[in-house]
Structures are given as C-alpha cells and as structure tokens.
Design a protein around this ligand. Structure first.
Ligand code: ADP
Ligand code: MG
Length: 516
C-alpha cells in the first residue's frame, strides 16, 4: 500500500491517540461500574437487609411474648402482655414493611438492568409478608381475647396458641429466607467487585504500557520515514561543494523518495551540463591556441617565404651554371662535390618551403566549403593517389570500402588533406614494412573511416600530446598534421579518436554525421 508521509505520520499518531483513549475509556467504565455496584450494596441491599433483620427481630420477640401467655397464671399480667402486643406490634411491623417496600421501589429505579428482577422479587416478597401479617394479626387478636377472659378455658386457648405459633414459625422461616437471599446477594456483589477491581488493576497497569509501546512504534516509524532526509541534505551539500557525483538512489513512493529521485535527476543533468561545459571550454582553448600559434607561425613563414624562394632561385641558377661549366674547378672531383652540395642545399630549401606551406595552411585554414559528396569515393581517390608512394615504401594496402555510397556534406579538398595526413603518418610508423588497412562504413546516422597500420604504435605519454600543435617525435616533423586534421574534422561536425598498442599498431577512427 502506498501511503504518503503525512498520512503515515497521521495514522501513527491516530493509533496512539485511539489506544490512549481506549485505556482511559476502559478505566472510566470500570470505575463507574464499581461505583454503581458499591452503591447497590451500601444504599440498596445492606439497608434492605437491615430492615428485614428488624422485621425478623420484631417477629421473634412477639413470638416469645406470645409463648409466655400459656404459662402466665396472673390475669393482670396476661392482659398487660396482650395490650402491649396490640399497641406495639402492628404499628412497628407496618412501619418496617413500608420502609422496606419504599426502599425496594427506590432501588429498582437506578439498579442495573440485571438486578431489577431480584429487587422486584424482594418487593413482592415484602408485599406477601404484609398480607400474611394482616392475617396473623387477626389470628393473634382472636387468641388474645381467649387469654384475656377471666374464666380462662385453657384447653381452647392453648389450642389457639398452638395454631398461632405454627403461623409464627412459618412467618419467621419466610423472613429468614428473605434475609438469607439478601445476604448472599451482598456477598456475591462484594466478591464480584473485588474480582473486577483486581482485573482493572492489572489492566490499568498493562494498558498504558501497551499504549506507550504503540507510541514508541509510531515515533520509530515516523523517524524511519524521515531518515532519507539526512541523506538528502548530505547529497545537497555535496552538490553545493561541486561534487556532482552525489546520488541518493531512494526506493519507495512517499514524498521524500520522489524528492530524492528528482534530486538524482537534477544531479545527473548538472553532471552532464558540467561535462559539456568542460568539453566546450577545452575545444575553445584548443582553437584559440591553434589560432594564436597559427598567426605567429604564419608571420614567421611569411617572413621566411620570400628569402627562401630567392635562395631557391639562386641555387637553381648556380646549379645551371655549374652544369653548363661556367665555373672552373681544379679537379673533376671538386666539380662533383659542388654539384652534390648544391643539391643538398636545394633539398633543404624544398623541405623548408614545404614546412612554411604547412604553417601557412594552418593559419589560413578557410571555413570548409561544404558540398554533397560521397565519402567512399573521396577515400578511394586518396588511396589511389597515395598508392604508388606506399608501394614504393614496401607496404601492403588493404582497402575495405564496400560499394555503398556514403553521403556527406564536406569540403573535399580538406578531407583529402586529412586522409593524406593519416596515411602519411601510418607510412612513417611502418618504416620496417607492414599493412595499411583503410575502411569506410556507415553506422546508423554516422559515417566512419578507419586508418589502421601495423606500425610501432603510440606510447601513452605521446598519446596525450598527439593533437598539440608542433608536437612531433620525428626528425624534421612539423607536428602540425594531427592538429590540422582535427580542426578540419571538427569543422565538419565530426570526431577523431585513436586506438593504439605499442609494437602492434595504431588505428585512427573518424566519425562524421551522415548527410540526409
Ligand atoms: P608529424 O607527423 O609532423 O610528427 P603529426 O601531428 O602528424 O606530426 O603527428 C604527431 C605525432 O604523432 C607524430 O610525431 C608521431 O609520434 C605520432 N603519430 C601520429 N600518427 C602515428 C601513427 N600512425 N603511429 C605512430 N605514431 C603516430
Ligand atoms: Mg604527420
């Protein structure tokens, strides 16, 4: 189930609140129940029981007085006893019974539902007693009359008293039964209350412990949900210090996880932008350096070019004059020596001219005049052009150009220059012979050209400086071939990369966008 953070924390605290509420509710409820129970016992059953005890005592003492009538010889005393009985017993008994019934009627109003039948029963039994007492009083009256007579017929009076005493016994038994059931009811309730109090005590200790446990659990869960915030803060401060590699990699669906994922996406975007920026900066730096170098070298080349060409012309003239015998040498050897020297001066002049041409090319590299071309055909042409030179150097050529045309928008002259540079480098790397493989393929929206040699390879320290202007490991090298090539390739929206293993060979890979 996916719950938001707010919902989870809310639910946690709701559970805690409900638990505490239940604990207090339970305590209040049991407290109320016990109060009611106590009231029932103290204000209800105990008072009822006391009243019944009064009735019982009154009845018992009346029975005792009546029993005395039989053996009392004095008429006066007998009359005194009966008068007292008539005066005292009915009034007291009526008061007690009324009091008992009134009590029962009062208790039934607030007693719990379960107790009402019992109270009603008590009330019914009191009413029954009332009726039986009325009969008993009438029977007592008749018996008293017999004992008040001056001519006491002891036979008749004794028989009447016997009957009266039977009634008294039955009445007392009923009263005691009622008393007994009230007492046992009281005992039951006291036991029940004690039992409940014991249970409540345990619950009141245990339930808060449970509630506190639930509270701690909810707090723990909330803390766990908020833990990623720490990671988030750490990651943000890492980014602030410029460490864009910071990621959080959060799982889950809550707000923090979503935020963390957004953060990761932002960090990734920043990383990419930073990399792009750095690359752009480097390219700019390189182009600037190349341009500056180009300007200086162009200046130098320009200064050298004119004197160099006049040196060349003069040497040529000298060669002509030596050839046609305008000068006289002492020996033929001397003449040969002069011819030889002039030839080597001429070679150096030619080499210098070539270098100055390279320098000037670098400085004046025009923006490419692009036209729709077939890259396959350009590569094929350049290979054909270089073929003779390569074969003369004893190299094997392998061309894998296929037949498919590779459309490109390019300045053909500049691309030829690039390819010639790479082929010439390869030839120079394979002084002891080897194989040159040239491959042209199309891959998705890119066109690729590979120039591979089986030459000396490039050591790592050289590889770093490969594209720096004027970096060369060759005697008489200009160190301009690769930087120039890169400039041209990048002006065509392409890239150049190199793979090389020392002693095995080198592969230069060019990649261009395919023209639509
Ligand atoms: P140059 O050829 O004048 O030295 P380049 O810019 O063409 O200048 O090349 C720079 C350097 O790169 C070379 O001096 C050489 O050390 C290294 N290099 C270029 N191509 C190769 C290759 N195919 N095999 C080995 N080294 C190479
Ligand atoms: Mg070169």
């Amino acid at each position: 189930m996916k719950l938001s953070l707010t919902t989870r924390i809310f639910l946690g605290y709701a559970v805690v609140l409900v638990t505490f509420g239940a604990v207090s509710g339970f305590s209040v409820l049991t407290l109320r129940q016990n109060q009611l129970e106590m009231r029932l016992v103290s204000e209800g059953y105990l008072e009822l029981s006391q009243t019944v005890v009064l009735i019982e005592n009154l009845q018992a003492s009346q029975a005792r007085d009546n029993a005395r009538l039989r053996d009392e010889p004095s008429l006066e005393t007998r009359k005194g006893l009966t008068r007292l009985a008539r005066l005292y017993f009915p009034g007291s008994m009526a008061t007690y019974l009324t009091k008992g019934k009134a009590l029962a009627a009062e208790v039934v109003k607030w007693a719990p539902e379960s107790e009402r039948p019992f109270v009603a029963d008590v009330s019914k039994r009191l009413t029954e007693l009332e009726m039986r007492f009325a009969e008993y009083e009438a029977a007592s009256d008749a018996t008293f009359l017999l004992f008040e007579s001056p001519t006491l017929d002891i036979e008749r009076a004794g028989a009447a008293l016997d009957r009266l005493q039977l009634t008294e016994k039955a009445l007392l038994a009923s009263i005691r039964l009622l008393h007994g059931s009230l007492e046992s009811r009281i005992r039951d309730h006291v036991r029940l209350t004690q039992e409940r109090e014991r249970r409540t005590g345990v619950a009141i200790i245990l339930l808060p412990v449970v509630a506190i446990g639930v509270g701690l659990l909810a707090t723990g869960l909330a803390a766990r949900s908020l833990r990623p915030v720490r990671t988030l803060i750490d990651a943000v401060s890492r980014i602030r210090r410029g460490d864009f590699a910071a990621t959080i990699d959060a799982k889950g669906e809550d707000e923090i996880a979503v935020l963390a994922r957004e953060f990761d996406a932002m960090a990734k975007a920043l990383r990419e932008r930073e990399a792009q920026l750095q690359q752009k900066q480097q390219e700019l730096l390189r182009a600037e350096r190349l341009a500056a170098v180009g300007r200086v070298s162009a200046q130098v080349a320009h200064e050298i070019r004119n004197p160099l060409s006049s040196i060349g012309l003069n040497v040529e003239m000298l060669q002509d004059q030596v050839g046609s015998g305008s000068f006289t040498f002492k020996t033929a050897d001397e003449a040969r020596e002069a011819t030889h020297l002039l030839a080597s001066v001429m070679r150096e002049v030619d080499r210098l001219t070539e270098i100055t041409e390279d320098y000037l090319r670098l400085a004046r590299l025009p923006t490419p005049a692009k036209r729709p071309e077939d890259l396959r055909k350009i590569v094929e042409d350049v290979l054909g052009f270089a073929k003779e030179e390569l074969e003369r150097a004893g190299l094997k050529i392998e061309s894998r150009l296929g037949t498919e045309s590779l459309p490109i928008s390019a300045d053909e002259g500049q691309l030829r220059q690039v390819l010639l540079n790479l082929i010439r480098n390869a030839r120079e790397a394979m002084a002891a012979g080897g194989t040159l493989t040239v491959e042209a393929t199309s891959k998705d929206t890119r066109l690729e050209v590979r120039v591979k040699d089986t030459g000396a390879g490039i050591p790592p320290d050289v590889r770093e400086k490969l594209f720096e202007p004027f970096f060369t490991t060759k005697q008489g090298g200009t160190g301009l071939g690769l930087p120039l090539s890169r400039q041209i390739i990048e002006a065509h929206g392409g890239t150049i990369s190199v793979e090389s293993e020392v002693g095995v060979g080198t592969t230069f890979l060019l990649s261009f966008p395919r023209a639509p």
